[in-house]
Design a protein around this ligand. Sequence first.
Ligand SMILES: Nc1nc2c(ncn2[C@@H]2O[C@H](COP(=O)(O)OP(=O)(O)OP(=O)(O)O)[C@@H](O)[C@H]2O)c(=O)[nH]1
Length: 385
Amino acid sequence: MEPTTVFILGSLMMLANGGVLGLMHQDLPESLRPAAVSWRIATLLHACGCLLFAAQQFIPIALVLPLANGLVMFGFTGYWYSLRQFYAQPSSLWLMLPACIGTAGVLWFATVMPDTGIRIMIVSAVWLLILPGTVKVLLSEQRHDQAISRKVMAAIFSFVCAFVLFRAGYFVWTEVHADFRVIDQQHWLNLVSPMVIAILPVIGTTTFLLMCSERIRRQWEKAAATDYLTGLANRRTLTEQGLLWFEQAKKTQRPLAVAVIDIDHFKTVNDRYGHDTGDLALQYVAAQLVAHCRSTELPARQGGEEFVVLLQNVSAEEMRAAAERLRQGIAEKAFIAADLVLPLTVSIGVALQDPADSCFSHLMQRADKALYQAKAAGRNQVIAG
Ligand SMILES: Nc1nc2c(ncn2[C@@H]2O[C@H](COP(=O)(O)OP(=O)(O)OP(=O)(O)O)[C@@H](O)[C@H]2O)c(=O)[nH]1
């Protein structure tokens, strides 16, 4: 196959893939749409650049070279920009600078001082600024995004980057002939280059779609496991985790404890200051629980104004101490909303797993009873069941 055909086929595949991404636009969540639009624009620029390379014998060289190279450089920049948007990293128009300088450079060395070698070096230098920048974006998300698709995308960009480096080194080593053209059939690199350049828009777009679907799946999983108001684990997660830790504790003889926490006189907060302020108070209590929980403790919202904290691997003394820590954490810092400064307290019932507990819900029932006693005994205290 000759380079012109590879350029044309590559461009058609890019356009088809970009089209599929366009068709799926409505199905993407709002948060992913800007990145998807940027990716599509990048693919379109890239494809147009490749089509111009294919058509270069029909267009004056002084026009086609800056245009085709510029489009491909801006296409690469578009992928960089898109991935920054995907990961909500700050993007600025400065990202366009390398492509702008590169396009001006190619224009100068195609018209004013024609020099094929310098043109290749300029284009390679711009790519070698953009591609590692993109790989850096992907690698910097390693801790937050474990998706295989992110790793595949990083590998694709790294591969293209390595190829560009090799290509630049090859041309420095062999010296470029003045009338060298990227569609010149006699040069083996000219067959490989369009194939490699087309990898990003073709395989890259598919990988980008997989990244989107993986992000959506994770968002759904998180939403299903989290309480919408406080961001804590919800009742479902609490039950699942409680059952798991309860069974583990039976095997390891390291007991699980539960603390059921209820805000005192919460109805008054709602009645006096309104439901919205009540919601803010719930968020405040949740934040205090998170701040005072340790890594072996799981805070969750059971429902209404009731929270539960699972305490893994504790003795009776440690359970009481942990519950006191949580109670004091809430009592010692008033809830503040606009002009309102409102001290809040909680009552806590705790229970430690013992052999008589046949199941997790039995342990929960004992903690619930203890909570009832704490309320009856005057509130703002911890009672063990
Ligand atoms: N703002 C807000 N209020 C809620 C929510 N869920 C439950 N509540 C309110 O929580 C209050 C619970 O009040 P009660 O269970 O009667 O008890 P209390 O006033 O907290 O008093 P004690 O528990 O006896 O100290 C009710 O007014 C509910 O409307 C919620 O998601 N948001």
